[in-house]
Design a protein around this ligand. Structure first.
Ligand SMILES: Cc1ncc(COP(=O)(O)O)c(C=O)c1O
Length: 384
């Protein structure tokens, strides 16, 4: 029997650490601070979910026109005039990362990323063969002018994992750097609506005047991730290509899921839904911060996030600690967290950083979960 020969890119596939951790997070009794899971009690009532028989037929690759128009109207409320024709409904915004990767990246293509980057974006970009160009947002133009990367990928509002938010000036610099140097501006914005304090949230793509850009967001964090409905908006030059790639990939996003999202948003006005979510998550964030102060103040440093779903912590240690090494002990003690290493594009093996999600776990479990984690981290720090 001859040996199978995989495509070169298959050698670059790495298992997503988050999906592996999520599989243990679902064990009964496990306290999970690992994934970016929305609180399950914010999901819509299942009885309210309905679709139409026509939704069982094949549908348009662009997505349902009612949902594209809804998204365009929603962006308009945020002060950004885009046409429904520029919108492509995605099977989760993760699909947008894959489509952009397919369109632009081959072995050796340079992609500019921030010092920490959403790990599943790195997973996709690496699969297509990306080389990374790190940029610091305060000197973004220097980095981009020097290397002229094909893509600049940014998650400027409540970044996953750091929860960082770019200021207006930083946003303008990113838009300028991409336009001046002919790099695609790829803005990934799933957390924009989960805002607990006033801060700058204007999409960078809305600040461009020429140049190519892709903006994407999702209903995963505001409605329900299991529906797998996201969307992208892009400059006119890119739409036909992205549409063909979408067609080749899955023909179209589930019509049933698109209808469910639309019906949910008809039953419950999005603005009201978002208000409730912000209220709930703000209280959860504050409770989590308090528990962190109780158990981690002598062990780590962090900023309280002004939005999004994550705390990003750095251990107070002179040594760089590989936080992946602590995951086994954490799981054994019934708690999961997300080690920091997979969020660094430079492939560092020890970062002393880790990410904790506060939306998924019950507030009642914060204290106990963080107490158990602190014991494990403290032991490691003493042994180092
Ligand atoms: C920055 C970022 N982009 C994209 C996604 C993918 O979201 P989805 O595919 O559920 O829309 C996530 C999910 O956590 C994310 O944090």
């Amino acid at each position: 029997m001859s040996a199978l020969k995989f495509a070169g890119r298959a050698e670059r596939i790495k298992a997503s650490p988050i999906r592996e951790i999520l599989s243990v997070s679902n064990r009964p009794g496990m306290i999970s601070f690992a994934g970016g899971l929305p609180a399950a009690d914010t999901f819509p009532e299942v009885d309210a979910l309905s679709f139409e028989k026509g939704d069982l037929q094949y549908g348009p690759s662009e997505g349902e026109s009612y949902l594209r128009e809804y998204v365009a109207a929603d962006l308009k409320k945020a002060g950004w005039q885009v046409s429904a024709d520029q919108i492509l409904i995605l099977t989760g915004s993760q699909q947008g990362i894959d489509l952009v990767g397919k369109l632009f990246i081959e072995k050796g293509t340079e992609v500019a990323v921030a010092s920490t980057t959403y790990l599943a974006a790195l997973q996709v970009f690496s699969l297509y063969g990306a080389d990374y160009v790190p940029f610091d947002v305060d000197s973004v133009n220097d980095a981009i002018a020097q290397t002229k990367p094909a893509i600049l990928y940014a998650n400027p509002t409540f970044q996953n994992p750091s929860s960082e938010v770019y200021t207006l000036q930083q946003r303008q610099s990113v838009a300028y750097a991409c336009e001046e140097n002919g790099s695609l501006l790829f803005e990934d914005d799933p957390y924009r609506e989960l805002c607990y304090e006033p801060c700058e949230r204007q999409p960078i793509c809305s600040m461009t005047s020429h140049g190519s850009w892709v903006y994407q967001s999702t209903f995963s964090k505001t409605v329900a991730p299991g529906l797998r409905i996201g969307y992208l908006v892009c400059s006119a030059d890119l739409y036909p290509k992205l549409l063909m790639l979408k067609q080749a990939s899955d023909l179209h996003t589930s019509r049933v899921a698109q209808r469910l999202v639309m019906n949910i948003l008809h039953n419950e006005d999005l603005a009201i839904r978002l208000e409730k979510l912000r209220h709930k998550y703000k209280a959860k964030r504050d409770a989590f911060d308090q528990s962190l102060h109780k158990h981690f103040s002598h062990l780590a440093a962090w900023n309280k996030p002004s939005g999004g779903l994550f705390f990003w912590l750095t251990l107070n240690s002179d040594k760089n600690i590989d936080t992946r090494q602590l995951l086994g002990a954490a799981v054994e003690s019934g708690v999961t967290f997300m080690p920091g290493e997979p969020f660094f594009a430079d492939g560092r093996t020890a970062s002393s950083c880790f990410r904790l999600n506060f939306s998924g776990a019950s507030t009642d479990d914060y204290d106990e979960g963080l107490r158990r984690l602190a014991v494990i981290f403290e032991k490691q720090m003493l042994e180092c």
